[in-house]
Design a protein around this ligand. Structure first.
Ligand code: GLY
Ligand code: MN
Ligand code: MN
Length: 492
């Protein structure tokens, strides 16, 4: 953000605009009045307000600055689709429709804070921005809401972004900032700290880092609205998988069939949600062994498996994160099924222990117990499963990644939380995370018999911790080998 005025007007060697007064006057007039009704608060508003109260209680006396962040350049004057910073979305309830460069400010008042949302409201049609600013002008990117509209919609005090300069002027030792949302604004705040003779390094390393940590930790337990959003994200993701399966003949026929799979899933994500929550992994055959294969430029070949790791991010910015591994021709071979069922057993064993009170890291340990047992049983390890689970860790060659991560606004949610609350943390009702064991036998791995080489399987589900156990949010997406085959048969 940084610059609280409008981004500069478009001017380049390839464009010209009439600049004379008579044109300005002509283009500014002749528009019908546009009523700007006051909407009812959106469903997310009271939940976001409750989150703001929890954050406020953690930082008495501190001014907190939470930027949405700017539009990010993709190339030259072309931006990526806009996405607000997740902490900003969490505290405002403003998702895909957030206005770029907005800033949420908590001003300390008494024992608590007053929160104000600064943003660039609708510009009048008598401004040159209206028609001449390709970055933000209404002629180019569509209308923005008014201050009153957003205040009612989100249940927040609002102010024009131009007034944010006063917040910058007030920056002091008790001002904390979310640093990674808006690099230019971070530079400005750091500059103000220097001017105010604040020990900027200490404030950054202690204050700002603590704020980032707290914002991550506030997101561990999802409220009921967030859980509903995650359910809806999983439902949309199921529709995407259905369409991918129905479209597999086109993927098989294409030279870059993985791109067909990616495109089919991503189309559903754009129709039902904001976009995908992360780049879709469409990994066919041996590509499935590359954990984050997003190049997706390979063929889809009958007889192989295809691993699809994909999630729809809704307009609220909550995302699902689901992996299914499918036999391209609809039937698992014996060895594919053997590997698949071992991974499924690991997933089910891990989920079976989930309930409030256990530690997060126990989920991974439980999955590893099965992965070690299976790889030992198949003769792949240079020792027993017990030895491998001890110092050997040989089984990790075939599953190098962790089994679970928290899920929410970010696909890897709560990432700045303390280890003692994340990996070592104790599960509570309302937590949502993935369980995603896998087995990956690289095509040139001479430690495994040839029949295993080139097989990669991951099964990833989204789990909600309940009062006495857990709920498999993605249980509606077929998981067992038999159910996967029936699913594919029903959509063929
Ligand atoms: N899709 C990335 C992950 O499963 O963590
Ligand atoms: Mn995941
Ligand atoms: Mn995933």
């Amino acid at each position: 953000m940084a610059d609280t005025s409008s981004p500069s007007l478009s001017s380049s060697g390839r464009s010209s605009l009439p600049a004379d007064d008579s044109f300005r006057s002509y283009i500014s007039g002749g528009w019908a009045d546009r009523p700007d009704g006051t909407p009812a608060p959106r469903i997310a508003a009271p939940y976001a307000a409750a989150r703001r109260l929890r954050l406020s209680a953690l930082h008495p006396g501190k001014r907190l600055i939470v930027p949405a962040g700017p539009a990010r350049v993709r190339s030259n004057d072309t931006d990526h689709p806009y996405r607000a910073h997740s902490a900003f979305a969490h505290l405002t309830g403003w998702g895909a429709d957030a206005v770029p460069d907005s800033v949420l400010v908590f001003e300390p008042v008494g024992d608590g804070h007053e929160a104000t949302l600064y943003f660039r409201p609708a510009a009048g049609r008598d401004t040159t921005e209206f028609y001449a600013n390709a970055a933000i002008g209404e002629f180019w990117t569509g209308p923005r809401p008014s201050l009153a509209h957003v205040a009612a919609d989100l249940g927040l005090e609002t102010a024009d972004l131009s007034a944010f300069d006063a917040v910058l002027d007030a920056v002091d030792a008790d001002t904390l900032l979310v640093r990674d949302a808006d690099p230019a604004l971070t530079d400005q705040v750091d500059g103000r700290r220097l001017l105010a003779a604040v020990d900027a390094e200490t404030v950054e390393e202690e204050g700002d880092a603590t704020l980032a940590r707290d914002l991550s930790e506030l997101r561990f337990v999802k409220d009921e609205w967030e859980v509903d959003e995650l359910r809806a994200a999983v439902d949309a993701t199921r529709r995407g998988f259905d369409e991918v399966i129905a479209d597999l003949p086109n993927a098989i026929a294409a030279v870059r069939g993985e791109r067909v799979v990616e495109g089919t899933f991503n189309r559903r994500a754009r129709i039902d949600g904001n976009t995908v929550g992360y780049d879709t992994i469409a990994a066919s055959g041996p590509h499935a062994c590359y954990l984050h294969w997003t190049r997706n430029d390979g063929p889809v070949v009958p007889g192989d498996l295809i691993l699809i790791d994909a999630g729809v991010e809704l307009d609220s910015l909550y995302t699902a994160d689901i992996t299914r591994t499918l036999p391209v021709n609809g039937r698992f071979t014996d060895v594919q099924r053997r590997v698949y069922e071992a991974v499924l057993e690991a997933a089910d064993a891990a989920r079976a222990i989930v309930r409030p009170g256990i530690r997060f890291r126990e989920i991974h340990a439980e999955a590893m117990r099965v992965i070690a047992a299976k790889t030992a049983e198949w003769g792949l390890l240079p020792g027993t499963a017990e030895e491998s689970l001890g110092d050997g860790q040989w089984h990790r060659r075939y599953m190098i990644h962790g089994t679970s991560h928290h899920l929410g606004l970010d696909v890897h949610d709560c990432a700045k939380a303390r280890r003692e609350l994340y990996l070592e943390g104790v599960l509570e009702p309302g937590m949502v995370f993935t369980i995603e064991p896998g087995l990956y036998f690289q095509v040139d791995d001479t430690t495994v018999p040839e029949e295993y080489r080139g097989i990669g399987v991951r099964i990833e589900d989204n789990i909600l911790v309940t009062a006495d156990g857990c709920e498999l949010l993605s249980g509606g997406i077929p998981r067992t080998a038999d159910d996967v085959e029936a699913w594919m048969g029903s959509l063929a």
